[in-house]
Design a binder for this molecule. Structure first.
Ligand code: HEC
Length: 429
């Protein structure tokens, strides 16, 4: 919808501008963009001509929460940011091969042309490459080092290594390769080697134990050498081997809106906006965040007013311990201080909502914790419940809860276990 409207408003005029005579024959079409009252549009041009496939970012802090809308220029360097709420926007350009442009200011209804700046060198250009272009520079131990021929535990295969380092483990929680992970924070002090720096850094914060268990435990400490070698080479100026292409074709039709919701010291595991089987459920309605291990305060974003509210998820047993520590994927306290937050304990959840799902009635089902780990007797060995006879369970880290957005009533459903993902249960309904 946004895209069709945006294209309809773009018109091209056939006039040509001759560039200075030092570049004799090169010329390019000058484009005009017609801008409606809720839009900001214009062109992005550098010394090389129109810049196609670069991002134009309009952001504002005038609204109740920080708001950004991002579009991509077409092959003539034109852009149009549609449907903007009334506010003052800071607008700028980012693109592969460029350095970020100056931030200009504009209001909806304004035509705004940008001058893009070519990156002066490869390092400046690579600064904006996606994290994975950097992470892909890390060396993988050759097959000859597996099977007990090095300090890599004998039972591990090269495939296990790849799986852990690039599919399910580290990458499941955060992107590696962005600036803060491809460099070593100064806050940790000096180390003799990159390997030592990595041993320390992954102990940081309330996930420090998980990271250390993987790297030092399951992988016998072997990855530290490779991670250290990776950041050492980057510190010496090595750059990614591949260059990312700019968005092409339909990739240029995308309009992204992002809001800064929740708070800087919590994280969101994910969010839900509708029932994927009935995608008109909750149309234009609020979005519900899942802060998982970080907090009981569920952020709720109203995309129409750009306002955020918080709903404190209760637990059935208020005396229960925090849903952190043994049996959970986050610790009660930081293992070692964080480079950013020091020794502060940031996460304190009990409800621990991993993920929510809408049903067709617009109710929200949560894979949340409602009580301590100990299961009720009917789940355990000795119970004559049919499921306990087949599969007795002594403990569960999560159960089920339900929030009805119409009344904000929150119900507890005690179960012997909850899968991470309630869609599994909904599919069986
Ligand atoms: C359970 C989720 C989780 C997993 C899995 C995970 N991390 Fe982390 N990682 C975190 C969190 C949370 C932080 C932030 C800690 C802090 O505040 O400093 C972090 C921080 C980091 C940092 C930055 C530390 C610094 O220097 O400030 C690096 C680098 C890192 N992780 C690497 C890894 C690697 C490599 C793996 C795979 C072995 C991994 N992580 C697996 C959650 C995770």
């Amino acid at each position: 919808m946004f895209v069709t409207k945006a294209l309809a408003r773009l018109t091209m005029c056939a006039g040509l501008i001759a560039l200075p005579s030092a570049i004799p024959t090169k010329a390019y079409a000058q484009q005009t963009v017609t801008v409606g009252s809720t839009e900001i549009g214009g062109t992005v041009v550098s010394a090389a001509g129109p810049e196609a496939g670069v991002w134009v970012i309009a952001e504002t802090t005038d609204l109740p929460t920080k708001f950004a809308r991002i579009v991509v220029t077409d092959d003539q360097g034109r852009y149009l940011v549609p449907d903007l709420p009334t506010a003052n926007y800071s607008i700028w350009v980012r693109g592969y091969g460029l350095v970020d442009s100056a931030k200009l200011t504009a209001k909806p209804g304004q035509l705004l042309n940008h001058t893009a700046v070519a990156a002066p060198n490869e390092a400046a250009a690579a600064h904006y490459y996606p994290a994975i272009y950097w992470y892909a520079m890390m060396k993988i131990p050759p097959a000859s080092e597996f099977g007990g021929k090095s300090n890599i535990p004998e039972k591990l295969t090269q495939n296990d290594w790849l799986k852990q380092m690039k599919n399910i483990g580290c990458i499941g929680c955060h992107q590696i390769g962005q600036e803060s992970t491809r460099t070593i924070p100064a806050a940790f002090g000096k180390f003799d080697s990159g390997e030592d720096a990595w041993m320390r850094r992954v102990q940081s914060g309330q996930s420090g134990e998980q990271m250390t268990n993987q790297l030092a435990g399951n992988f016998g400490g072997a990855p530290f050498k490779y991670l250290g070698d990776w950041t050492d080479r980057i510190a010496k100026g090595e750059l990614p081997k591949a260059k990312p292409p700019r968005p092409q074709g339909v990739e240029r039709n995308i309009v992204i809106t992002s809001w800064e919701w929740s708070t800087p010291d919590k994280y969101l595991h994910d969010l839900i906006s509708s029932d994927r089987r009935n995608p008109t459920v909750n149309a234009y309605g609020p979005l519900y965040g899942s802060p998982e291990y970080s907090t009981d305060n569920m952020p709720i974003l109203d995309p129409k007013t750009n306002k955020v509210s918080f709903f404190k998820m209760p637990v059935a047993d208020p005396e229960m311990p925090e849903a952190l520590g043994p049996g959970h994927a986050a610790s009660v306290k930081p293992l070692e201080p964080s480079a950013y937050w020091g020794e502060e304990k940031l996460w304190d959840t009990r409800a621990n909502n991993h993920n929510s799902m809408f049903d067709k009635k617009g109710r929200l089902w949560l894979a949340a914790t409602v009580r301590g780990m100990d299961n009720p007797a009917f789940c355990k060995q000795g119970s004559d419940h049919p499921s306990a006879k087949v599969f007795p369970l002594e403990k569960s880290a999560r159960q089920v809860a339900m929030l009805d957005p119409k009344t904000m009533k929150y119900s507890f459903i005690d179960t012997c276990f909850a899968t991470h993902h309630p869609q599994v249960r909904l599919r069986r309904q």
